[in-house]
Write a protein that binds this ligand. Structure first.
Ligand SMILES: [Zn+2]
Ligand SMILES: [Zn+2]
Length: 264
């Protein structure tokens, strides 16, 4: 469930690499790199608490999580677009509002709750890696939701064929905790539609290893990263870099299943 290659450092390196190449999304990728760095710092902070492991109840773990929110807020204040930087500044002086915001996301996660999503991704990641389980967390149970935390899928990816695999080698990555789970290869990640005539794939040579996976039943889409074409791609990061595909999808009437951290 948690591939060892999918570390914060791998994501940061990939974002830096793509920021060097990509002109139209350069700014976005530079900001995303800084966000990833702050998430790594949150993760390391929580991981290095002596004699503490996350309980999985956010109410109980809040004193520890609260201590590292400043890392993210300072990063966004210094590097984010003006509206987010402004919001970061006002949250810095309102610790009660930060608590409330984190608990609200925990109870009913939404992709528009930017700060809570950034802060809680590394918390949930460490919870998963340290063998814990989330308690009293909102989110429905279904094969289209993360089996660990109930989160929505952020991106899908195809991986190199393994002889023992039965899933067709397509995985979804959770938007809330960033772990991945196996999913049917030909099915909508939002509504489960399986009829091939309802499922559309869009691809452009500009992003050879990425495609839009759209569904005409629910009009939702997700991007899919094909690791069999580009083995060193990092799905969460390459997804952000292919911002042009989001513009294209939205112009064609599709809504993204879950907006990514840069709001696309
Ligand atoms: Zn999850
Ligand atoms: Zn659908």
């Amino acid at each position: 469930m948690i591939p060892p290659s999918d570390s914060w450092d791998t994501r940061i390196r990939r974002a830096e690499e793509l920021a060097r190449e990509a002109d139209p999304t350069k700014e976005i990728l530079i900001f995303y790199t800084r966000l990833l760095q702050s998430q790594k710092d949150v993760y390391e902070f929580l991981r290095s608490r002596v004699g503490w492991l996350p309980s999985g109840s956010l109410v109980e773990d809040l004193p520890h999580v609260r201590e590292c929110t400043g890392i993210v807020l300072r990063t966004v204040e210094a590097n984010g677009p003006p509206p987010l930087a402004e919001q970061a500044r006002s949250l810095m002086s309102a610790p009660d509002a930060v608590d409330e915001m984190l608990l609200e996301y925990w109870n009913s996660p939404s992709d528009t709750q930017f700060f809570a999503k950034v802060i809680l991704q590394p918390y949930m990641r460490w919870l998963a890696e340290s063998g814990g389980h989330p308690f009293n967390k909102g989110g429905e149970k279904s094969e289209r939701r993360c089996p660990f935390c109930g989160g929505m899928p952020q991106v899908s990816f195809l991986k190199i064929q393994e002889a023992t695999s039965e899933s067709g080698n397509r995985d979804l990555v959770c938007a809330s905790c960033t772990i991945n789970w196996s999913f049917r290869r030909v099915a909508c990640a939002y509504c489960g539609e399986e009829q091939p005539t309802k499922l559309c794939y869009f691809h452009t040579p500009a992003y050879d290893h990425i495609r839009v996976e759209a569904c005409d039943t629910c009009k939702r889409y997700i991007k899919g990263v094909d690791l069999t074409r580009l083995g060193f791609a990092v799905p969460l990061v390459d997804e952000v870099a292919a911002a042009a595909l989001d513009v294209w999808s939205q112009e064609h009437g599709y809504t993204k299943i879950e907006l990514n951290l840069v709001g696309l």
